[in-house]
Design a protein around this ligand. Structure first.
Ligand SMILES: [Zn+2]
Length: 336
């Protein structure tokens, strides 16, 4: 599999609500592959690949989010320091002493008022230094309301692992594009490949997309935290152990039948998988689940070490297993 597209997606700038650059890459990549492509008012990309019309075919909505976490400027101090608030969940200590990018390309370094240990994960204690020492000068480059995203280059590690910013959830976007490339319209199901906006600020894009698609089945394609090394979370998921079939997601209860079918699909096709339980966070499955008159949901996730940081780590092997699972799963006949 060629990972240059994942590299491009990970490096593109797209803080929640400002996903234009990602949307342009997605639209370029899926051109000619789907039967219908729509961009809705919030900016979700909804691509439909119709099925064969076989009896029992369902409408399946796959959702991967385009947005990434970041910060928004709330004040510029007289000494030129830029004060920010969170857009999505941020580890203040992870941003400290690192760089951020504004959409216009301006680069800043993140400092902290006092010791970062005392900031207690409060981004309000952080400031961004863009090299200006007066408010007037800083305002030539950055304005109140502007957004900034992480810098986090793409690197290859040992054992097919890769590290970069924003694998949450550009890895999911990449998997959806790769799965769409494999769908030749011979599946029993109509499959909607939905690239959502504003997931990190409360799974908002998937809410309006689900209202449009009216799916029978909703599947979030996202990342889930790794627990292999001692960290702030306890669990049994590990990068490189296969695609994670979501069994626990604090934001949605996965449909038992859909999960059983997904586990069976992995077993039958020899797809490396792990049983995934996430004890913090949420996914687009939550808003799809409660859309319309209720929708059965399931989840597929890439296990991600150091998530919500500039240097998250995932495995290419897990990506390949995930694309295979999406392809095989959307070929199934679902009986309900
Ligand atoms: Zn995510």
């Amino acid at each position: 599999m060629d990972y240059s597209l994942l590299k491009e997606l990970s490096q593109a700038w797209g803080v929640s609500g400002r996903e234009k650059n990602i949307r342009e890459i997605v639209l370029r990549e899926i051109e000619g592959l789907a039967d219908e492509i729509k961009v809705d008012a919030l900016g979700n990309v909804i691509a439909l690949k119709r099925g064969s019309g076989a009896a029992g075919g369902k409408r399946i909505m796959l959702a991967a989010h385009m947005d990434e976490i970041g910060v928004q400027v709330k004040k510029i101090e007289n000494d030129g320091r830029i004060k920010v608030c969170n857009v999505g969940f941020i580890w203040a200590a992870a941003m400290y002493n690192d760089r951020v990018f504004f959409r216009n390309g301006i680069v800043g370094v993140v400092g902290c008022e006092g010791r970062v240990e005392d900031a207690k994960n409060d981004a309000g204690k952080l400031f961004i230094d863009i090299g200006c020492t007066t408010k007037e000068d800083a305002e030539k480059y950055v304005k109140v309301g502007d957004y900034a995203g992480f810098a986090g280059e793409y690197y290859e590690l040992a054992n097919d692992k890769i590290s970069a910013k924003s694998f949450d959830d550009r890895a999911g976007c990449f998997m959806l594009i790769e799965a769409l490339k494999r769908n030749k319209g011979d599946l029993p199901n109509d499959v909607y490949y939905v690239f959502t906006v504003q997931e990190e600020v409360g799974t908002r894009g998937s809410k309006t997309a689900a209202a449009f698609v009216k799916p029978d089945i909703g599947i979030s394609v996202d990342v889930t935290p790794d627990h292999f090394y001692p960290c702030d979370l306890d669990g049994c998921n590990a990068v490189g152990d296969g695609i994670s079939v979501t069994l626990g997601d604090p934001s949605a209860i996965m449909d038992e039948y859909l999960v059983d079918e997904m586990l069976a699909c992995c077993e039958e096709s020899g797809i490396p998988y792990q049983r995934g339980v996430m004890d913090r966070g949420g996914t687009d499955a939550s808003s799809i689940n409660l859309s319309n008159e209720g929708v059965r949901v399931a989840g597929i996730a890439i296990v991600d070490r150091y998530p919500h940081s500039q240097c998250s780590v995932i495995s290419k092997k897990d990506i390949e297993a995930g694309v295979e699972l999406i392809d095989r799963y959307t070929r199934r006949i679902f009986r309900f």
